[in-house]
Design a protein around this ligand. Structure first.
Ligand SMILES: Cc1cc2nc3c(=O)[nH]c(=O)nc-3n(C[C@H](O)[C@H](O)[C@H](O)COP(=O)(O)OP(=O)(O)OC[C@H]3O[C@@H](n4cnc5c(N)ncnc54)[C@H](O)[C@@H]3O)c2cc1C
Length: 423
């Protein structure tokens, strides 16, 4: 059932698991849970309508493209959406920093077996494919648009109050993004800092193919990432200090393209800038815990990290896969997936990774968003290629699922136990 009209749900709607938030993480989690046989209600504040082009989150989110590491992409492959997503994705096979190839030990160790490091995909086609899959999946009832106002945890079930009526669930997965009202209402601290910089996300048609190379240019004013997209297009993520970013984002497309050319020299080559753009504040935040009674935080509701190495959604996908493991294991043993014991297991499985990624991104962001004088005084102006191999080694291992115990949905397909392969 997809409820589109803003009328009350049959009151109260009951289910095993309520997924609140139909962003990329919530949609992935709903699919994973339902394919394991759970009875899921998916609630989103906006109409998630694949037929309407998948642009439910408005222009700002739409001006984003994501690097998804191969280990995280495997989650989508296992959920049956890998193929339709690949039709919109560009394989990323190598990285350069300031024009020099980045070669880290992890690249050699990873045994990618010819697989790319990961893929780039734009927000709109990603959402469109995920929404279509959710719409076709039995076991998911979608309620949208509906805003969750409050949650009360009680023995046996949680009660969600929405502007469409009440929903009761044994477990609530908060996939409601960085400003999660569920996290707030559970009193979970979300601490960190705001970076004095913004990311300007732009799209361009290039004169020459990028051939799957993701390129970073480290300027004293902040990095410019040029990330390959299908059809000789690129997503350009230009990070700079806040006042300069505001000034640039107010420019016409022509003036902005001229400014980009003058700053980046011939690094990008010939390009035609598209009018679409987004400006994103950069924040570091981490939830003190990933669960509360009958509540699990998943995706940006649990962590916000600097997008320097494209890790936020990768982390969220790993959260979703880990929560699916926890629910599957509890259900198989006849236990309550919303119990404290089960949810403690989820926090244990995921929070350390969130801390590690947030800390690594923060360390690099401090270097690359520091004023140039501070960088020079600190001996940091050594050349980006001296810094990036460590970062790339780390993130290739981490996001590739090579670190720690990977959730079942991330494991290499050939390593399947028969029951996992069937899921
Ligand atoms: C410039 C930029 C580039 C990035 N690049 C990358 C990258 O290359 N790779 C990467 O891994 N990550 C990247 N990220 C991070 C990535 O964008 C986020 O981590 C990801 O979008 C988080 O998805 P989510 O589903 O957790 O949250 P969101 O996408 O924020 O979704 C939250 C959903 O919850 C709904 N919602 C909110 N409140 C309520 C409520 N009360 N009731 C009902 N519904 C509600 C909203 O409508 C929305 O649909 C980038 C970020 C930026 C800013």
């Amino acid at each position: 059932m997809v409820s589109r009209a803003p009328q009350a749900v049959s009151d109260p709607l009951t289910c095993e698991i309520a997924v609140v938030g139909g962003g990329p993480v919530g949609l992935t989690l709903a699919l994973a849970l339902a394919r394991d046989g759970a009875d899921v209600v998916l609630i989103d504040a906006e109409i998630g309508d694949a037929e309407a082009g998948g642009a439910g989150q408005g222009a700002r989110s739409d001006a984003r493209a994501y690097f998804i590491a191969h280990g995280c992409w495997r989650i989508w492959t296992r959920l049956g959406v890998g193929e339709p997503l690949l039709a919109h994705a560009q394989a990323v096979r190598s990285l350069t920093a300031d024009g020099e190839a980045v070669e880290g030990a992890a690249f050699d160790d990873l045994a990618l077996g010819g697989e790319p490091l990961g893929w780039m995909i734009e927000h709109a086609p990603l959402m469109s494919v995920l929404r279509a899959a959710v719409g076709a999946q039995t076991g998911i009832r979608s309620v949208a648009p509906a805003v969750v106002d409050a949650m009360q945890a009680a023995p046996g079930a949680a009660r969600l109050t929405t502007d469409r009526g009440e929903v009761r669930a044994g477990l609530v997965a908060a996939c409601d993004g960085g400003r999660s009202s569920l996290r707030e209402s559970a009193g979970i601290a979300f601490e960190g800092r705001d970076y004095p910089a913004l990311a300007l996300s732009l799209f361009a048609k290039l004169d020459r193919p990028m051939e799957g190379v993701a390129r970073q240019l480290f300027l004293p004013t902040g990095p410019i990432a040029v990330l390959p997209l299908p059809g000789d297009r690129a997503n350009i993520v230009w990070t700079m200090r806040t006042p300069a970013a505001h000034a640039l984002s107010a420019m016409s497309t022509g003036d902005l393209a001229a400014e980009l050319r003058s700053r980046a020299g011939d690094f990008i080559g010939g390009f035609k800038l598209e009018p679409r753009r987004g400006v994103f504040p950069l924040k570091l935040r981490l939830a003190g815990r990933y669960h509360a009674p009958r509540l699990a935080l998943v995706g940006d509701s649990a962590h916000l990290v600097h997008p320097l190495a494209g890790q936020g959604l990768n982390l969220g996908l790993k959260d979703a896969a880990a929560l699916a493991d926890v629910v599957r294991a509890a259900t198989r043993r006849g236990l309550d997936p919303g119990s404290e014991t089960a949810l403690e297991g989820y926090t244990r499985a995921r929070r350390a990774d969130g801390v590690a990624v947030a800390a690594a991104m923060d360390a690099f962001a401090r270097v690359f968003t520091a004023p140039s004088l501070v960088r020079a005084l600190g001996g940091l102006a050594l050349g980006a290629t001296r810094w990036t191999p460590g970062l790339m080694d780390w993130f290739v291992r981490e996001a590739g699922g090579a670190a720690g115990d990977a959730p079942a949905l991330m494991r290499p397909i050939e390593a399947d136990a028969p029951d996992v392969a069937a899921s």
